[in-house]
Each structure stands twice: as structure tokens, then as C-alpha cells.
Design a protein around this ligand. Structure first.
Ligand SMILES: Nc1ncnc2c1ncn2[C@@H]1O[C@H](COP(=O)(O)OP(=O)(O)OP(=O)(O)O)[C@@H](O)[C@H]1O
Length: 294
């Protein structure tokens, strides 16, 4: 079953077309990153998903029903970019208050643990740092044990340490078979914390797949090694290789399949290969290529 289905959804603000014919189906149980630059339409899509905005055109289904109905049933949790916390309440009081509003909430301790708040239970919400307040917002978003959790740039105010802990909590939540959709600008976060990355630019999906597929689709990874004056002939015929460059005794091969390229380099050539390096990543390159060219 799909937890989320956007069918040809568009949204205009006056003459600004923020979302332009978006088709997106997310299977229940998956964690999906919505990755895109500023103004790509991520927040607008999320607001429509939550029933806070109406599409100008198209149709959205959430957990087999309308966004309004799914939210009313308490099946959707959301962490938005902002949202005031009640400053006089302690973290424990606030989380407990919100969890009691739901018919089948998570246990208080479970929530506090997943959101990494056990050390802050007595702190008043008004005294929290930006990153701590984000963790409380996360706690509130999972309090009702929603089947679908939607996070709009959840780590925006967090330092590196808080981010790592936050994502561990998110993964623990998702591991219970729940569906998570999160928006981010951070390529690494999308790569590390989702099983599918949907890249959006100018309101449209420009790539969709695992992070590895997206990297491969945009030119792949790089295998680099020292040639020391040996002839580079034949390197472009190795499996996966899409481009070869030799500069100052170093060969750089772009490849869609680094494992196959490296295996063939050792087994299928008589080259003495030194200082071999595979630079993966390039999700950033892929992302830039995808969002600029479309
Ligand atoms: N209320 C509004 N009125 C007019 N234009 C808007 C409104 N909200 C968003 N937009 C425009 O719609 C486009 C998409 O914005 P949106 O906030 O959905 O993108 P985003 O991907 O979430 O960006 P960011 O990562 O910066 O939050 C942008 O061009 C934005 O300026």
C-alpha cells in the first residue's frame, strides 16, 4: 500500500508556480528524503501533504484517504520548520501533555529516549537551545505514534552531534515499520538516512532512486590511481567507465560501477596500480547537475 500518493499535483501562489505536476508515490514503511535547493517546492509539497494547503490542481492521498482525514485520525505526525513550544512547561510536562491528546500514544519514556531528551526532562521549554527545542518538536511529532511522520528540514538548527543523535532517533522510529518523509538541503543526510531520495527542483521531480542510483545516473564515482608513466590505452574500455583523464601521472576514471572497474583494472590489465582511491560521494555533484540542468 502507498502511504503517500501525489498525482499530477500543482500549486501556484499568484503567478509563482511552486509545485509543477508532481507525481510521487511512497510505499508504506519506507523512509524517503525530499532533497532540493531553496525554493524547490519542498515545504509547499509538505504543507499540501498535511492538508495545510490545497493543491491548485491534482490529487493527494495519505494512508488511503485525504490528508485532512488522515491527520484527523491522528495517523500523521509532523515536525515543521518552526512552531512555538509552551515556554513555562518542562520538557516532560510538554511531551506528556501532547502524547495524552492521542488515542494510542507511544510511552513517555520511549518518546524521551528516541528524541534524546532524557537529560532535559526538567528543563523549561523557554530555556532550551535551538537544537534542543528541535528535539522537543521531534518528540511531539512522534508522540501519537503516527503511521506517517513528516519532517521539514528537521536538523536546521542542530550542531553536528545533535544531528547524529537526531537521525538515530528518527531511524529507531522508522524501524517500527512506519513511513517517514523528510525534506532536506543536506545531501549527506539524505544519503545516510533514507532508502530513497527524491530530488526536486523548480517544483518537479528531477531524480528518484537510492542515493547510489542517483550518483550513478549523474556520472557516477571516480577511480583514481598513479600511473607513473605507463600507457593509459584501454582504460576507457574497462567496465563502467564513462570518461578517462590522465594528468601529471595520475589516471582518473569516471565510472558508473566502481567495483567492476577496479576488478577489471587488476585482473584484465597488466598495469601496476598504485595509490588507488575511489571517491564516491559525488552525491553533491549529482545533485548540482540534476538541479541545474533541468
Ligand atoms: N506563501 C507564498 N506566497 C508566494 N510564494 C510562495 C509562498 N510560499 C512559497 N512561495 C514560493 O514558492 C516556491 C517554493 O517554495 P517552498 O517554500 O515550497 O520551497 P522549499 O523547497 O521548501 O524551499 P526552502 O528549502 O528554502 O524552504 C518559492 O519560489 C517560494 O518563493
Amino acid at each position: 500500500m502507498n502511504a503517500i500518493a501525489f498525482t499530477d499535483v500543482s500549486k501556484s501562489y499568484g503567478n509563482v508556480l511552486a509545485v509543477d505536476g508532481l507525481d510521487l508515490a511512497v510505499e508504506a514503511g519506507r523512509t524517503v528524503a525530499l532533497l532540493g535547493p531553496n525554493g524547490a517546492g519542498k515545504s509547499t509539497s509538505i504543507n499540501m501533504l498535511l492538508g495545510l494547503l490545497r493543491p491548485t490542481h491534482g490529487r493527494i492521498e495519505v494512508l488511503g484517504t485525504s490528508p485532512d482525514e488522515a491527520v484527523a485520525r491522528g495517523e500523521v505526525g509532523a515536525m515543521m520548520q518552526s512552531g512555538e513550544l509552551i515556554p513555562e512547561l518542562t520538557v516532560r510536562e510538554l511531551v506528556d501533555f501532547v502524547r495524552r491528546l492521542y488515542p494510542r500514544p507511544l510511552g513517555l519514556d520511549e518518546i524521551l529516549q528516541m528524541a534524546d531528551l532524557t537529560g532535559l526532562v526538567k528543563r523549561r521549554a523557554g530555556k532550551l537551545s535551538g537544537g534542543q527545542a528541535q528535539r522537543v518538536r521531534f518528540a511531539l511529532s512522534i508522540a501519537g505514534a503516527p503511521k506517517l511522520l513528516v519532517l521539514d528540514e528537521p536538523t536546521a538548527a542542530m550542531d553536528v552531534e545533535s544531528r547524529l543523535r537526531f537521525w538515530a532517533g528518527m531511524r529507531a522510529y522508522a524501524a517500527g515499520g512506519r513511513t517517514v518523509l523528510f525534506a532536506t538541503h543536506y545531501l549527506e543526510e539524505a544519503d545516510e538516512n533514507s532508502d530513497r531520495v527524491v530530488v526536486v527542483a523548480r517544483g518537479r521531480v528531477v531524480a528518484d532512486g537510492t542515493a547510489a542510483q542517483i550518483k550513478a545516473g549523474a556520472g557516477g564515482q571516480t577511480v583514481r590511481f598513479t600511473l607513473d608513466g605507463q600507457a593509459a590505452a584501454g582504460l576507457d574500455a574497462l567496465p563502467g567507465v564513462t570518461a578517462v583523464e590522465v594528468e601529471e601521472g595520475t589516471a582518473t576514471l569516471r565510472t558508473a560501477d566502481p567495483d567492476a572497474t577496479v576488478a577489471a583494472l587488476y585482473r584484465g590489465t597488466s598495469l601496476r596500480v598504485r595509490d588507488l582511491r575511489i571517491t564516491g560521494a559525488a552525491l553533491e555533484d549529482a545533485f548540482l547537475a540534476l538541479t541545474q540542468e533541468s
